[in-house]
Design a protein around this ligand. Structure first.
Ligand SMILES: *[C@@H]1O[C@H](CO)[C@@H](O)[C@H](O)[C@H]1NC(C)=O
Ligand SMILES: *[C@@H]1O[C@H](CO)[C@@H](O)[C@H](O)[C@H]1NC(C)=O
Ligand SMILES: *[C@@H]1O[C@H](CO)[C@@H](O)[C@H](O)[C@H]1NC(C)=O
Ligand SMILES: *[C@@H]1O[C@H](CO)[C@@H](O)[C@H](O)[C@H]1NC(C)=O
Ligand SMILES: *[C@@H]1O[C@H](CO)[C@@H](O)[C@H](O)[C@H]1NC(C)=O
Ligand SMILES: *[C@@H]1O[C@H](CO)[C@@H](O)[C@H](O)[C@H]1NC(C)=O
Ligand SMILES: *[C@@H]1O[C@H](CO)[C@@H](O)[C@H](O)[C@H]1NC(C)=O
Ligand SMILES: *[C@@H]1O[C@H](CO)[C@@H](O)[C@H](O)[C@H]1NC(C)=O
Length: 408
């Protein structure tokens, strides 16, 4: 069922696979404030049972259409009744939203042939970290709103090649940790808990590879407590998108994602190549990896920005054990610092021991500028009292290349 009404003042659109009344309270229905459209969508059904991993790519998902400026994207995992599912039951490792162009002439049966991912403005290579949006366990407590008059402009007909249409895919990686032997170990994709020794192509993993995405691929299962049995359940990623229709007052933002594992390969006479490994391990400080200022693991990388601009929004992405991360300018000034927020309860959005939010930066537009060619430093800090496998150190920031009053 799909309901849509668009008259400029009041506009909403909703996709429900089930009944509206059981899934949503009335507050979930879109209202319009200052011409902002709001829509709530559900991903395809995610089927889970205790210990099971679902890591699926959903192509051509529901998404606002037309030439628009995105203002926010929020998501969470819900059950069939529309209730929020706590991270202790279903750990949301990540979700990412990716834009792509699809040839109009292919049949639906073969809908992936000829698709071209349209990545963000960088900095990794190819399709790595090319998403427009993406978060993990922190999704319920992390603001993504973009202040006026800025927006992420999509659906611009001038940017869609002839014969193609713009579509969106969502990758959702969720781990059902009901009844598992080691909840944190499962969320950190420890290979021993998943009994995984080979990658998806059957190639043996290096004995040094203790955990990470290669060990919690789709349909793998984390070890359960002896004799534990629990029901299968159907879950959804419920995502809420806010947007405004494009007009000439909208100032477009560019999306950047930097990765602390990125090691630039600068060879003479070649365009520098980024090498983003996305994940890394944090050794426990008991094994001697102790910083003079305590059990903390500090990583840094330096990355030149070809094109600069004004930072409008920034946020870090880290996993459990996170303390925070900071993006510095070449002169050492802080561009944005984002700290991890932990829950202290049991309810969804406040789960004890989990990163339930990341603080965000909203500098006064114009006050934080990155120069063309400036080298930024990303510093990512984890608490390494315990070791952690498969952690991430990403920083997502939005840049306006010009300010509203500079418009011509
Ligand atoms: C809507 O506009 C009014 C007046 O400009 C402003 O006070 C209010 O904060 C805006 N609301 C939102 C959600 O942007
Ligand atoms: C579809 O269009 C693309 C690009 O225009 C072209 O390369 C391809 O051969 C076409 N495929 C079919 C089945 O017509
Ligand atoms: C395409 O899919 C439809 C329905 O799933 C099926 O009936 C049809 O035979 C398929 N066509 C081809 C060319 O595979
Ligand atoms: C782990 O994998 C090995 C080899 O694939 C298999 O023989 C063994 O039964 C598995 N153990 C469990 C607990 O699933
Ligand atoms: C760096 O790039 C050069 C040229 O493309 C390549 O030969 C070399 O293997 C690369 N080095 C690393 C460490 O990836
Ligand atoms: C130790 O931590 C501090 C931050 O508190 C950092 O500046 C320093 O580089 C770290 N040392 C090492 C060896 O990682
Ligand atoms: C969690 O922290 C909040 C704010 O610090 C506090 O008010 C609340 O009592 C704490 N809840 C629990 C269950 O500890
Ligand atoms: C690191 O985590 C341990 C518990 O695992 C805690 O006792 C300690 O205070 C934390 N340290 C910092 C710097 O957050």
């Amino acid at each position: 069922m799909r309901l849509a009404s668009q008259d400029g003042v009041f506009s909403w659109l909703i996709l429900l696979l089930l009944s509206c009344t059981t899934l949503f309270s009335s507050s979930a229905f879109g209202k319009t404030e200052n011409n902002t459209n709001i829509a709530v969508f559900l991903s395809p059904k995610i089927e889970l049972s205790p210990g099971l991993v679902s890591n699926k790519y959903y192509y051509d998902v529901e998404f606002p259409r037309g030439h628009i400026a995105l203002k926010s994207f929020n998501a969470e995992v819900v059950d069939e009744a529309g209730n929020s599912v706590p991270l202790e039951e279903t750990y949301l490792h990540h979700w990412v939203v990716v834009k792509y162009h699809q040839p109009k002439n292919v049949s639906h049966n073969n809908s992936l042939s000829g698709i071209v991912v349209v990545r963000n403005s960088g900095l990794c290579e190819d399709d790595t970290l090319g998403q427009y949006y993406g978060l993990g366990s922190e999704t319920r407590g992390t603001a993504t709103d973009i202040p006026d008059p800025f927006g992420i402009v999509v659906g611009d007909p001038a940017e869609i090649p002839y014969g193609y249409e713009e579509k969106w895919l969502i990758n959702v990686h969720a781990i059902d940790t009901r009844g598992v032997e080691d909840r944190m170990g499962c969320t950190e994709c420890r290979c021993d808990l998943y009994n995984v020794t080979k990658d998806e192509n059957g190639k043996p993993l290096s004995p040094d590879y203790k955990g990470g995405l290669l060990c919690c691929t789709d349909n793998t299962k984390c070890r359960l407590k002896k004799g534990f049995q629990g029901p299968k359940r159907n879950l959804y990623l419920r995502y809420t998108v806010k947007w405004i229709n494009w007009d000439s007052f909208v100032v477009p933002l560019k999306i950047y994602i930097v990765d602390v594992t990125d090691t630039l390969n600068i060879s003479k006479g070649m365009v520098p190549r980024h090498n983003c490994k996305v994940e890394y391990d944090v050794e426990g400080c008991r094994q001697g990896h102790k910083n003079s200022s305590g059990c903390i693991d500090v990583r840094r990388t330096n990355l030149p920005m070809q094109t600069g601009g004004y930072v409008i929004y920034g946020v870090g992405h880290q996993h459990s054990g996170a303390i925070g991360s900071t993006l510095y300018g070449q002169d050492g000034r802080v561009i944005c610092s984002s700290t991890a927020i932990y829950g202290n309860g049991t309810e969804a959005g406040n789960e004890k021991g989990y990163v339930v939010g990341m603080s965000t930066c909203y500098p006064q537009p114009g006050s934080v500028k990155i120069s063309n060619g400036e080298t930024l430093t990303l510093e990512v800090i984890y608490n390494n009292t315990e070791m952690h496998t498969g952690v991430m150190g990403l920083f997502y920031y939005l840049v306006a290349e010009q300010l509203p009053h500079q418009h011509t």
